[in-house]
Design a protein around this ligand. Structure first.
Ligand SMILES: [Zn+2]
Length: 384
């Protein structure tokens, strides 16, 4: 079962506006290789963004990064000597005008994430079994170009807290549907407006998991947040009920124990996203020591709960008082990030006429944006 598409080809929009004269150069200052034993992180700093693809090959075990023309003159020497998990680092032309960087892996590691942020490509590998490595490895099929083509550029000034906005559903997965309105539209419209509002404050950076009608698997959304070392991950959704008059905004944090049946049903619906799209479902990440995950998750979950509580109250004061916002917890897969505090907001009930009108109203969304920004401000101010 191939559970990770170890192949990316990001065509960054910024490539078009930057000078194309000569090959991109490796910048040695920010180019690093490190490992904590469970993961390997390679950061390759380049003089400008370029398209790339990354995959692993067996026999010998290696990580391969392909680029167009790259000038490796200033590649730091002896990188492989810095960690035992990598036995050699090789680079150079692979074909005319195509450069390749190869890391020989002393132990099996598979690709966990690859993200281009500004001019830095960061590839994270995680320890795996030999079998898993073999399953995930192989040359990318010819012509498999833009399947994962996404603009992963982080917006805003370096150094500011990074908010990942995750517009729920997308592409082949519409989410909830009410009359002509789909949840994937509602969440994208909201996310785009929230992105602009956050950037306008000049206090936050923003990364969108999607800014168009494309489909992303749930684990890919999490990976984007983790690889970009986001401060907070906010997944946006809209609720619906078949019967009853339910309305209002609900803020969720992850819990294996759902608050009640409604929360449990909601998580079940949202977790179906990958199945709807025909994607292969992930198993648990059993290769990584579970105890480490538990430790990290406890700490992250405390931060998530504190943000969700803060958000619950700012929304309650800012929005319609007839529909007090609610705080719940349930087992949403998209919130299962080990090291990124994460919350999920069900913005309103598409099954309720007032809520649906609110979701479609720019001024309601503006009020909701302000409430979310206020919660972020408070949460960060009181962060330990
Ligand atoms: Zn949803």
């Amino acid at each position: 079962m191939r559970i990770f598409i170890a192949f990316f080809w990001f065509l960054l929009s910024i490539v078009a506006v930057q000078a194309q004269t000569g090959p991109a150069r490796v910048l040695p200052g920010d180019t690093t290789l490190s490992s904590d034993g469970y993961t390997i992180t390679l950061t390759l700093a380049l003089s400008r963004a370029v398209p790339y693809r990354v995959f692993t090959l067996d026999d010998p075990r290696r990580l391969v990064l392909d680029f167009p023309d790259i000038d490796f003159s200033f590649m730091p020497p002896d990188m492989a000597k810095s960690i035992v998990q990598v036995s050699d680092v090789r680079f150079g032309y692979f074909k005319p005008r195509q450069s390749r960087l190869v890391l020989d892996l002393a132990e099996p590691f598979i690709i966990d994430a690859a993200v281009f942020d500004d001019h830095r490509l960061t590839v994270t590998l995680k320890r795996a079994t030999e079998d898993r490595f073999n399953q995930e490895s192989g040359p990318p099929a010819d012509g498999l170009l833009p399947q994962n083509q996404r603009d992963t550029v982080i917006l805003g000034n370096a150094g500011l807290p990074l908010v990942v906005l995750d517009a729920g559903h997308g592409g082949i997965d519409p989410g909830a549907v009410r009359n002509d309105v789909t949840e994937k539209q509602v969440t994208l419209i909201f996310a785009l407006q929230l992105r602009d509002a956050l950037l306008e404050t000049r206090r936050y950076r923003v990364l969108m998991t999607r800014d168009d009608d494309s489909f992303l698997e749930l684990p890919e959304r999490i990976r984007l947040a983790r690889a970009s070392q986001a401060d907070i991950f906010i997944s946006l959704h809209a609720n619906t009920v078949e019967r009853g008059m339910a309305r209002g905004t609900t803020v969720y944090n992850l819990s294996e124990q759902a608050s009640n049946d409604e929360a449990a049903n909601r998580a079940e619906f949202e977790n179906r996203s990958d199945i709807v799209a025909g994607a292969v479902l992930l198993g648990q990440e059993d290769e990584i020591a579970n105890i480490l995950i538990d430790m990290a998750r406890r700490e992250t979950n405390a931060a998530s709960i504190r943000f969700a509580d803060t958000l619950g109250s700012t929304i309650r004061y800012a929005l319609d008082k007839d529909a007090p916002s609610r705080r719940m917890a349930a087992g949403f897969r998209v919130l299962r990030s080990v090291d990124t505090p994460s919350v999920l907001i069900e913005l309103g009930f598409m099954s309720n006429t007032t809520d649906l009108a609110n979701l479609m109203s720019q001024s309601w969304r503006h009020e909701a944006n302000l409430a979310i920004i206020a919660a972020l401000d408070q949460w960060l101010t009181h962060a330990e």
